[in-house]
Design a protein around this ligand. Structure first.
Ligand code: GLN
Ligand code: ZN
Length: 763
């Protein structure tokens, strides 16, 4: 029996994205949007049905986000959206998601945060004292009808109550989310009975938090919840993914549900025990095909361990991908321009379902029934293993040559700092930015035209040079101390480097949803990574040639290069990280040789990539730190290394952040009113820090006083001599009209603080 947990919603060639954006711009009616969405669903179901699935998910589709859909279904809407009750349903929905829609005034949208360790973002349910629920399952029920009319054997998918609560946020301090459990369960009971009345047999109830470290009270919540829902008379398939359930396994075994789905890829360590202990009269669904990566599965190897389980459990063994296919691109068949040798190694959403079907037939009809498919799968994997594109002996040799001396700067920070200050001659409270400047329509148009071959290289380069010069002049005018070139030539901070490194491949249509209508196209790291030629030296040196002020070189760090890509599965991630680090090391060295004295290596995704279980943190952090240090430690003491992270909630990893031994770290703090600096109260961060004072996510222009006050707050925790003044993040999404006055104010704030501290010193 095969089934699927969820399918990408963005549709063929991002159909849903375009429909949504046209609706938001008032270029499409609500009816047209609803129609486009129905077409995406219908084509997803058709595709899954044709791939031979026995049960197809319904309710996994979403116009924006499935957690938001759950909130809507539960009638759980924060108080500030109550005035919306009169608005059409679609507008209420988009106002929650985006803070605005075609009707109603702008409002602060629900907070968005990363879905586990993926790059997908969900909208955080908010729990307030006044929170109530009132079920409206009409959307799910009508999609069930829709699927049935389409002749699909449908299985509704819902986010389970315990995970829903856990992933939400208590808006008032002292409010215990678990206090809402009982009320929530009443809604779920109603939901299940409505589904049952519709003739539904199985419901997939997702509880992915079972793959997290859970406190006892949350484990207890599972007992309460499923004690109640398990006896509703409908079959529940309790579904977990993204990792092993480990010590939650006894709990999982105890819950009175009709079936259980486990992630047998990331949670492979659980399989033996589950198979031993899980009752045979219940359904066990094993997620044997990786829903998080894009490589062809090793079907014969999977069959080796599945066959005995099937022999034992027969029809009560179900097969599925490890998690929803939301996190992989839709269809490899669209990649007509990809190198066929590499395409041969890959499986996207559709191809994964085909793999699943082959596994199922091998189990039920015997391997001989699918011997052609199995042979093809084996030979494709052999072709991959033996491909000359994958191994680069020079990279391998270099990996072996890594020693501790490559991971250490010449002198410790205090000695370096002295030399850097002498060399750079920066004032107290030096000012800088995070790297990018506004990506104007002109820049984006030029880049597109150049890529398509519609613009000559020279014309393009002239244009970029003009943009860089403009950025430099603007920064000089604003009075900044350490300048940047502005990143006009980069469309994406990972793709830009991936395109210049060996071992990377790119897709044409390999889109994956990041949030709402936003999709990303992660590159594929398939082989040993090396850097054939300098990647950034030309533009950074050009920028430096235009000014007396130091220009900061700008690179993307190894962990971010991996986190926002599909990474090879034939070697440890730590090895891939080291290879990328070596390539960056060459770039850092070349930048330094070209006279660049400040080099920033961004690691915005380092925290997002943290393993879900604390037990797994130390090895991850250890290679993350090692990779950063390999990339950055070759430089002289005088060269200042910066890093940037788009968050500051690193209380729990602050020691590793300090271990990076960057001379300066810039972080995001302005929105939290410097509260995020809490980590720095207990742990004395030894080097320099730039806590962001300018919230770049908002079009607002921050005033001098507000920014100066933020720095003063920061100065209560970090000595002034080690404070930098900068925005929260890059400025690429802003306009010059916003950026110019904001930076002028920021510099003004720095000057006022310098004046104050000189007066204090003199007095
Ligand atoms: N240097 C990058 C920029 O300024 C950093 C982006 C990021 O932190 N996500 O855009
Ligand atoms: Zn950032």
């Amino acid at each position: 029996m095969t089934h699927n947990l969820g399918f990408p919603r963005i549709g063929h060639k991002r159909a849903l994205k375009f429909a949504l954006e046209k609706y938001w711009k008032d270029e499409r009616s609500a009816e047209e949007l609803v129609q486009s969405a129905a077409e995406v669903r219908a084509s997803n179901w058709r595709l899954q049905h044709e791939a031979g699935l026995d049960l197809v998910p319904v309710g996994d589709f979403s116009l924006y986000d499935h957690v938001l859909d759950t909130s809507m279904m539960l009638g759980h809407v924060p108080a500030r959206f109550k005035p919306d009750d009169e608005l059409p349903r679609l507008d209420r929905y988009f106002r929650l998601a985006r803070g605005r829609s075609r009707s109603g005034t702008p409002v602060q949208p629900a907070e968005m945060t990363k879905w586990f360790d993926t790059n997908y973002h969900y909208l955080v349910p908010e729990f307030e004292e006044s929170t109530t629920f009132s079920l409206d399952a009409s959307r799910l029920l009508s999609e069930m009808e829709e699927a049935r009319t389409g002749g699909v054997r449908a299985k509704p998918v819902v986010l389970g109550p315990v995970s829903y609560l856990f992933l939400g946020k208590a808006k008032e301090s002292g409010l215990d989310k678990l206090a809402f459990l009982e009320q929530l369960l009443d809604q779920y009971e109603k939901l299940l009975s409505q589904l049952q009345a519709h003739g539904v047999e199985w419901v997939q109830i997702d509880e992915p938090i079972l793959a997290l470290d859970l406190e006892t009270r949350w484990q207890e919540a599972f007992r309460t919840a499923y004690g109640k829902l398990g006896s509703c008379g409908i079959n529940l398939l309790l579904t977990t993914y993204f990792g092993p359930v480990r010590e939650n396994l006894p709990l999982v075994l105890e819950l009175p549900v009709a079936g259980l789905h486990l992630d047998a890829v990331r949670g492979a360590e659980d399989v033996d025990r589950i198979v031993r202990e899980y009752p045979k009269d219940r359904v066990l669904s094993l997620g044997a095909i990786d829903g998080r990566n894009i490589w062809k599965a090793d079907l014969e190897q999977i069959l080796d361990w599945l066959e005995p389980i099937y022999a034992d459990r027969g029809e009560n063994l179900w097969l599925a991908p490890s998690c929803s296919l939301l996190h992989v691109p839709v269809d490899l068949d669209l990649e007509t321009r990809m190198n066929p040798e590499i395409a041969d190694w890959l499986a996207f959403g559709k191809q994964k379902l085909i793999e699943l079907r082959v596994l199922d037939r091998a189990l039920t009809e015997g391997r001989t029934a699918v011997s052609a498919e199995l042979t093809e799968n084996r030979t494709a994997r052999e072709r991959r293993r033996s491909s000359s594109r994958i191994t680069d002996s020079a990279v391998q040799n270099r990996l072996r040559s890594i020693d501790d001396s490559m991971k250490k700067r010449q002198s410790p920070y205090p000695a370096r700092a002295k030399k850097q200050h002498q060399h750079l001659q920066l004032p107290l409270f030096p000012t800088t930015t995070i790297g990018s400047f506004p990506q104007t329509a002109e820049i984006r148009k030029a880049r597109r035209a150049y890529r398509k071959g519609d613009m000559h290289r020279e014309t393009y380069e002239q244009l970029m040079a003009g943009q860089i010069e403009h950025a430099v002049r603007q920064q000089e005018e604003a009075g900044l101390d350490v300048l940047v070139h502005g990143e006009a030539e980069r469309n994406d901070m990972v793709e830009h480097f991936g395109e210049q490194l060996s071992g990377y491949a790119f897709t044409e249509h390999g889109w994956v949803q990041s949030y709402g209508s936003r999709c990303v196209k992660p590159p594929i790291v398939f082989g040993d990574v090396s850097r054939p030629e300098p990647m950034t030296v030309k533009w950074i040196s050009y920028a430096q040639s235009l000014t007396e002020k130091p220009v900061k070189g700008m690179l993307t760090g190894p962990m971010t290069m991996m986190q926002w890509a599909f990474v090879r599965d034939d070697q440890a991630r730590s090895t891939t990280a080291r290879q990328i680090a070596l390539a960056l090391r060459d770039e850092v060295r070349d930048l330094e040789a070209a006279g660049i004295s400040v080099i920033q290596v961004d690691e915005p995704a380092m925290r997002e990539g943290l393993p879900l279980r604390r037990d797994d943190w130390p090895p991850y952090l250890s290679y993350a730190v090692e990779a950063f240090r390999i990339a950055t430690s070759s430089v002289r003491d005088e060269t200042q290394i910066h890093t940037h992270m788009c968050y500051a909630e690193f209380n729990d990893i602050i020691e590793s952040i300090a271990d990076l031994d960057a001379d300066v770290i810039t972080i995001e703090t302005s929105r939290s009113d410097m509260e995020l600096l809490e980590a720095f109260t207990d742990f004395e961060y030894p080097n320099e820090i730039g806590p962001g004072v300018y919230d770049i996510h908002s079009p607002n222009i921050p005033d001098v006083g507000t920014m100066a006050d933020l720095v003063k707050k920061a100065a209560t925790r970090i000595p002034s001599e080690r404070l930098w003044i900068n925005p929260d993040c890059g400025l690429k999404t802003r306009t010059w009209d916003e950026v110019k006055p904001s930076l002028r104010n920021m510099v003004e704030a720095a000057r006022s603080l310098r004046g104050a501290s000189e007066r204090a010193a003199a007095g």
